[in-house]
Design a protein around this ligand. Structure first.
Ligand code: FE2
Length: 367
């Protein structure tokens, strides 16, 4: 199985993984032969990459960091729960609303308990690209993804279970305020006007103002929503906090938030591959992001996801087959071409070949 951009897919290729709707229904199952009309429909639904099965990638199994069933249940719960929280009337919450909110928070807590269990059970390298889903409302999927990345980073930090749970909840709720920002502004292609940008920025405080009044949500979780767009150099918002004025949880949150945002496809721009996203994050090391958090993060996400096509500096082309847990940035590769000539596939381990580097990396098929 390997990862290809839909742009390069031609009719006749076989899907390696199912494609799910946002509520977890299978839209196209594994093994489906893609036709021109399927490809056109998937493009319309903003699917950017798909996994396909072909001869060259036979036997490459893509690890699922979190079982699809857990992810689907989580998305459904988040969709319902964020909706409930957004209806919470700040000035005069009714008893009913308070009970509904309490239930929503409890259901969130059970979600990331399950996610933390999955992350703790098997030492994993996160590859959230592995589940292809239609994103009708990307606030929900984004919240879940950020929560998974943030929990993993919290584990990597060696934090206590209580802290990991708070970070998980903070990440799930960090963009709650976006529910009040018009989708026209949220999904606007190109630059926002000053007024639109101000509206967009208000989501941190909007979320905070709700969360700090919800009894079941610890105040530190509300601060995750408030501070996740702060930057170490003080150029963030809403308060322009600097360095250690920013809560450590918010520093974790901002790494997870930006990484997921840029590796997800949006109507107005294609997804960035993880290694490019990591370069972008490192460009903000010490100014936007905490360098220590970036160093920990790069050890727990798949910078070169399994199934990706790569070209080495010696001209060979291959597909990423396996991660090396001791050296996440240097995976095992199945070579399929040497200087544009097809060869009988063989595997090499980049962690044992220090002289080889990855030159070109594409979510691309050699179709
Ligand atoms: Fe945000």
């Amino acid at each position: 199985m390997r990862l290809v951009t839909l742009e390069r897919c031609q009719a006749g290729v076989q899907l390696g993984k199912p494609i799910y709707s946002e509520n977890g229904k299978i839209l196209l199952s594994k093994g489906t032969e893609l036709t021109d009309s399927f490809i056109a429909r998937l493009k319309k639904l903003n699917i950017y990459t798909v996994y396909i099965d072909d001869d060259a990638s036979e036997g490459i199994d893509i690890l699922e960091s979190i079982p699809v069933k857990v992810l689907n249940e989580a998305t459904a719960t988040i969709t319902e729960g964020l909706g409930t929280l957004s209806e919470f009337n700040l000035s005069k919450p009714t008893l009913q609303a308070m009970i509904r909110t309490e239930k929503a928070v409890a259901s969130f807590q059970s979600i990331f308990k399950e996610i933390i269990n999955c992350l703790n059970e098997n030492r994993t390298v996160l590859n959230l690209l592995a589940t292809t889903k239609i994103h009708e409302n990307h606030v929900y999927t984004h919240s879940l993804n950020v929560s998974i990345y943030a929990c993993q980073l919290a584990i990597e930090n060696g934090l206590s279970l209580k802290a990991i749970e708070e970070i998980g909840l903070g990440a799930l709720l960090h963009d709650l305020g976006k529910i009040f920002v018009s989708p026209d502004v949220l999904n606007k292609p190109g630059r926002l006007t000053e007024a639109e940008f101000e509206l967009m920025k208000s989501h941190s405080e909007l979320g905070f103002n709700i969360l700090r009044k919800v009894h079941e949500v610890p105040l530190v979780v509300a601060h995750c929503a408030l501070q996740h767009h702060e930057r170490l150099d003080g150029a963030g918002y809403p308060r322009g906090l600097k360095g250690n004025e920013i809560h450590p949880y918010a520093k974790i949150m901002s790494v997870a938030d930006v990484f997921d945002a840029v590796t997800s496809h949006r109507v107005y721009r294609p997804a960035m591959l993880p290694h490019k996203a990591m370069e972008l994050l490192y460009a903000g090391s010490g100014t936007q992001f905490d360098t220590n958090q970036l160093n920990l993060f790069k050890n727990c996400v798949a910078i070169y996801p399994q199934g990706l096509t790569v070209k080495l500096n010696d001209g060979r082309t291959g597909i990423v087959t396996k991660y090396n847990f001791h050296s996440v940035g240097r995976p095992e590769i199945r070579i399929i071409r040497e200087k544009d000539q097809e060869v009988t596939p063989y595997e090499i381990d980049l962690s044992r070949n220090g002289n080889l580097t990855l030159e070109i990396v594409e979510a691309d098929a050699l179709l």
